[in-house]
Write a protein that binds this ligand. Structure first.
Ligand code: ZN
Length: 206
């Protein structure tokens, strides 16, 4: 089984299509696991929702998904994000609205726990440092945790019981072991790692 792991699509249909095409060219996938923020910022929220729904899909909620449909207050968003949330909400039909509203905060599949931000605060906290990693590892019931939200790809592994952050290696498979780790596949629609390319990961169970 191969799962295409995506996060932070942010209504960027061109980036989503590029990632799907690239992953299909590199061996394909059976399912999409989406770590939230399908919408927000970009111009194609409905088309991005419909596109990922074409696949076997496991998805969790992001803060922008909830802001677009009014489940959280966007008043602490920056001006562009708040405007995008209001605009996005007006583009969605009732089925797309209900789809976003039904997304769980946390989902478990195989040895993975999927969450947008962190297990301590699923759609708010950015997992980017040792303190936030410790907080999530304390709540983690599976071996691996998949997060998004920061749009920064990384691996976080426990070294001597202490979480250490590493760059996500490009095009180099990582063998999964019994050691716990937190993985961020990076952002599809709005990279923030100073690399303009969309970023994603593929999990291969074999
Ligand atoms: Zn995001």
């Amino acid at each position: 089984m191969r799962a295409l792991i995506l996060s932070d699509i942010h209504a960027n249909l061109e980036a989503l299509e590029a990632v799907i095409a690239d992953a299909q060219w590199r061996g394909g996938f059976d399912s999409i696991w989406c770590l939230g923020d399908i919408v927000g910022y970009g111009p194609d929220p409905s088309a991005c929702i419909r596109r990922i729904q074409e696949f076997d899909l496991l998805a969790v909620a992001g803060n922008h998904d909830h802001a677009a449909i009014g489940l959280i207050d966007a008043s602490d968003f920056n001006v562009a994000a708040k405007a995008a949330a209001n605009w996005t909400g007006a583009q969605l039909n009732s089925e797309e609205h209900d789809f976003l509203a039904a997304l769980p905060f946390v989902s478990i599949q195989d040895s993975f726990t999927l969450v947008h931000g962190s297990l301590r605060d699923p759609i708010v906290e950015y997992l980017l440092d040792r303190d936030s990693a410790v907080g999530t590892l304390a709540l983690l019931d599976t071996t691996n945790c998949l997060v998004g939200h920061s749009h920064i790809p990384f691996l976080c592994c426990e070294v001597g019981g202490v979480p250490e952050f590493f760059d996500f290696p490009e095009n180099i498979p990582i063998e999964l072991t019994d050691s716990r780790q937190i993985i961020n596949p990076g952002g599809v629609g709005q990279p923030r790692d100073r690399d303009p390319r969309p970023s994603y990961a593929v999990y291969d169970s074999s």
